[in-house]
Ligand binder design. Structure first.
Ligand code: FES
Ligand SMILES: [Fe+2]
Length: 369
């Protein structure tokens, strides 16, 4: 798992000025809340006084109040009130917790979990057609799965599994001769790449897709790509008009669980009355992947490529692993073994950008490889 990327925190509508939300991402806890002006904030969850969970506290005006001794923290993570101090005493400078940059898009609250200054931050995955008139977004679906997020992203980047895992999609088969024509992978941003290729529909009438798309062209153009470690896009072009784009914004909860925020865009069947049906069909297809991925062994992506026998059609996920390696070399990879070893004895936090300019933090930075 990596710091310095944008992670989905919660559906925007779940973040209110009534009650803070406690959320686990990257195996650490965060608190999200809205101030009286409606701005959302994401802070490290551990109170710097004696370690209580801020997410279990209350919202007081523009602040979150710790449930233990009532210290109040504003959206910048600064403690503004220590009730046990006399009225003329100000909270010490060290009374602060990490506060992370946020963005709200596509009905999702995102936080940048890292310490890079704004101009150095990787982008979040964009949905360019989100507001376009000839595209329609489905209802946001958020679901948890019992597997590691990298296994999920790699599955999305794997063109050879569809024929075997997705009868409900009409079993899209690969038709390219990869010995002569290796998969062409192109960068999407500086932080990821993708590919597009033709597929045949092996069983065009047998899948759920046939239900929404009665006239298949013989060849379906499809592909996928990633932005950062945790953003996955899949393009399905049945024809020029009939197009689906599926976006998975993934939040690793810990090393065994992932929360997926799923936005599906479509360029046909625009009537909103189709929304629920399209979501249901997509979730049935997603379930085919889920049933497979919960049983992968090992649970996490192996440390070296030799621990799996990779073949040319695995090239997109090999490329993904190269990006991960690059981010590890930049010092962004969390040392999960050390974190697990320290857990219970040390409270740590993902460093926020303010740590680059201000010292004096109570919590340790999360250990990194
Ligand atoms: S632990 Fe939070 S106020 Fe004491
Ligand atoms: Fe799949």
């Amino acid at each position: 798992m990596y710091i310095n990327f944008w992670y989905p925190v919660a559906p925007s509508e779940d973040i209110t000025n009534d009650k803070p939300q406690r959320v686990r991402i990257l195996s650490l806890d965060f608190v999200a809340f809205r101030d009286t002006a409606g701005n959302a904030h994401v802070l490290a969850d551990t109170c710097c006084h004696r370690g209580a969970a801020l997410g279990e506290g209350k919202i007081k005006g523009d602040c979150v109040e710790c449930p233990y001794h009532g210290w109040q923290y504003n959206g910048a993570g600064q403690c503004t009130l220590i009730p046990s101090q006399s009225a003329d005493e100000k909270p010490p400078a060290r009374a602060k917790v990490d506060s992370y940059p946020v963005q709200e898009k596509y009905g999702i609250l995102f936080a940048f979990l890292g310490d890079l200054p704004e101009d150095e931050r990787p982008p979040m995955m964009e949905i360019e057609e989100y507001e376009a008139e000839d595209w329609r977004a489905n209802i946001l679906r958020v679901f948890d799965v019992d597997y590691y997020y990298e296994r999920s992203v790699e599955n999305g980047l794997d063109p050879a599994h569809n024929e075997f895992v997705h009868p409900k999609q009409g079993t899209p088969g690969m038709i390219m001769d990869f010995k002569k024509n290796p998969i062409q992978i192109d960068p999407l941003t500086d932080y990821g790449s993708g590919f597009m290729m033709p597929f045949t529909q092996v069983n065009p009438d047998g899948g759920l897709m046939a239900d929404v798309n009665s006239e298949y062209d013989e060849i379906v153009h499809a592909g996928s790509g990633h932005v950062g470690p945790n953003g996955l896009v899949t393009w399905l072009h049945f024809s020029k008009e009939k197009r689906f784009h599926q976006y998975f914004f993934e939040a690793p909860i810990d090393e065994n669980r992932t929360r997926i925020f799923f936005v599906n865009m479509r360029h046909f069947m625009m009537d909103p009355a189709n929304d629920q049906r399209i979501v249901d069909i997509n979730m049935e297809i997603a379930q085919e992947d889920i049933d497979l991925l919960v049983n992968l062994n090992p649970v996490r992506t192996p440390e070296t490529m030799t621990k799996e026998l990779l073949v040319p059609t695995d090239k997109p996920l090999v490329r993904y692993r190269e990006y991960l390696k690059d981010w590890e070399n930049r010092g962004w990879r969390i040392d999960m073994l050390k974190l697990a070893e320290e857990r219970g004895n040390v409270a740590s936090a993902i460093p926020c950008p303010q740590r680059r300019t201000a010292r004096n933090w109570v919590l340790d930075e999360v250990p990194r490889v």
